[in-house]
Ligand binder design. Structure first.
Ligand code: ZN
Length: 271
């Protein structure tokens, strides 16, 4: 198995059916479904169609966004995470990736407490459904409104606060954490604690022209992807390497050509 997984959002112009038909042609063996792809669909059919494609469902993206100014809004987000857990269970996704959220003007410490409380509220349902949750630390440029969890260390602290549950862990995305001087030791710790739940790859371009939607294909940028990947594998991680690229540039072109580039850049990195 080549461990290559592609997120449905990576080829955003393709429909869910097109992703299922196209990905395997390029040697993709795993798929991570974004919840947008599920909208209005029968989840049993989604599960069946995905199984028929021959690809593994690696995870469902995404839950989270726990912090909010009012208790009512925090409850609304917890309810949405309950729905995500039901969806993941229904389609056979073993994991939900959490983009944890943040509120501009609210302290990051307060937001992290609300994130911890939100995950705690969701954990029993996740455990009952057999679905794991993965906190994805986001690059600090998103600390204002997307995630108050910006380092692996902070993700570990939240896991520690939640106790010994094996259902909550961490998603390592090279785009968000490649700069962290503690990265290797925090990946090692994630391995030792059984928390390394997912591994996402893409590249950091210079210059980056859009902070959200100008991610590079592996090899287009400056991230030491293979080295980080080797640290991840050294912990015993054998899961998929998930290509998650948001890119106006790649979305505006032919998606078959893009998938071809994904497959060849992946093959170069892991040759
Ligand atoms: Zn990611």
């Amino acid at each position: 198995m080549n461990r290559l997984c592609v997120h449905t959002v990576t080829t955003k112009p393709l429909s869910f059916e097109q992703c299922l038909a196209e990905f395997p042609k390029y040697g993709v063996s795993g798929i991570t479904l974004w919840r947008q792809a599920l909208e209005g669909r029968d989840l049993n059919a989604v599960k069946r169609q995905t199984a028929d494609s021959g690809m593994d469902v690696v995870s469902l993206c995404r839950g989270g966004f726990f912090p909010a100014k009012s208790a009512a809004d925090r409850q609304k987000s917890i309810d949405d995470n309950f729905l995500a857990i039901e969806q993941a269970h229904a389609i056979g996704a073993p994991l939900i990736v959490l983009v944890c959220g943040a509120v501009p003007g609210q302290s990051l410490v307060e937001s992290r407490q609300q994130i911890t409380d939100g995950i705690a509220a969701c954990l029993p349902a996740a455990e009952a459904a057999g679905v794991k949750l993965a906190i994805e630390p986001l690059h600090p440029m998103y600390a204002d409104d997307r995630s108050a969890v910006n380092t692996m260390r902070q993700a570990h602290e939240i896991c520690d606060a939640l106790g010994s549950s094996k259902s909550v862990g961490i998603a390592v995305d090279v785009y968000h954490v490649w700069w962290d001087p503690e990265l290797k030791s925090q990946i090692d710790l994630a391995g030792q604690t059984g928390r390394l739940h997912a591994f996402h790859i893409c590249d950091w371009k210079t210059p980056t022209t859009d902070l959200l939607n100008d991610r590079g294909l592996m090899g287009e940028g400056c991230i030491n992807i293979r080295e980080i990947s080797d640290w991840v594998d050294a912990t015993g991680f054998t899961g998929h390497r998930e290509v998650e690229i948001f890119s106006h540039k790649w979305w505006s072109g032919d998606q078959g050509e893009f998938l071809d580039q994904i497959a060849s850049s992946y093959a170069r990195i892991y040759a």
